[in-house]
Write a protein that binds this ligand. Sequence first.
Ligand code: HEM
Length: 408
Amino acid sequence: MAAATQRQFLPMPAALSSRAARLEPFDWYREMRTEAPVRYDDDRQVWDVFRYDDTKRVLADTESFSSDVARADVFEFPDEDLFRPLQRSILRSDPPRHTWLRDVVDDQFQPGAIGALAPHVREIADELLDERLADGEMDVVEDLAYPLPVIVIAELLGVPADDRDRFKQWSDVLVADVSAAADPQTIIERQEETIRELRAYFEDLIKQRRAIPEDDLITHIATTDPDGHRLTDEDVLGYCILLLVAGNVTTTNLIGNAIRCFDERPELYDELAADRDVLAAAIEEVLRYRSPVQALSRVATTDVELRGETIESGDLVVTWLGSANRDESQFDDPDEFQPERRPNQHIAFGHGVHFCLGAPLARLEARISLGRLLDRAEGIQCVAEERPPVSSSFLHGVEQLPIRFESV
Ligand code: HEM
């Protein structure tokens, strides 16, 4: 359906262009689920899918809906070589390539392997909290939710955690909502520049690890031959960049969003602090209620009928996880934050073969960091009324979240 247009990014829907709508997109989702659950947006030349069942169907059917979105008719990349490591990464690959790419690190990210990191993650959380607790105030995002996941993924990969300010800059630029910028071209140029810098940063490390292996993920990715498929330098590079960015931007928003949710129900704090199972269930509800990743994209590989609409081969499709997770046909009282909700079959980590590789790590990091904050601080209150939303067309969270508390 889409006419070929030269475009490298996916714009936000007009309905979500304001700050207020990005902080609370849920009324719009509800309207869309009722009035236009599968709709073509002429402005963006994209199909939007809002309901839970439809979203799962699209994500499960990798034959009809490819993750290799660069091949959608609406996109055209002037410098394909530059972006290729990311476009050919596991996130953007379909089976069978996806299957063997996933095998490379699947074992490393299983709950058992990740569980072994708990004592060290706790140490990192405590060190970060030590720096701020005596003040009785901190910024949950800047002081805890951002540094913790980035230190952990940097250590796992084998890159210096001290470079984390650069990682943040790079990640922020790569996920930025280009369509919201006054000058999109400048952001596109910064994205290109960022990829060049990331390439330079990792290319050297990959060479070093191939020459002198170490006990880290870069070495593992660079030296494993899954099923006899040798990873090219570009494959390794794409993996490293993806893990760094995915480990950077998503868990941060989960932790920040958790505090936003708990702030709506402060009477819960004592119970959350006293019982780790209650906290774990509450984090699942945060994932549903304020899903850190709100949208995923796919491209149709064939004409597909969905809810009476015909999606044509080559069309871009956006599935709204943030809306699916509020679908009234799946969840009772979906617009209420209910930490005790069971069952809670949210799809905040996606669905099907691309189900988030980092889910066990994200859960561990959220449970430990929030658990330690609640152990060590009482009477937590968010203090700022104005909360800047993260600048991204698919992430949900805030850039800053100052809180006040009493240190215990
Ligand atoms: C995939 C969400 C944390 C690494 C995904 C997908 C979602 C998601 C929705 C599916 C993408 C798709 O189907 O197109 C989240 C959320 C997180 C989180 C909400 C935190 C709360 C992490 C972390 C890592 C990670 C910490 C790694 C350190 C990945 C990778 C994939 C992925 C590598 C691609 C998997 C594949 O294609 O098979 N994530 N993620 N994620 N995530 Fe996460």
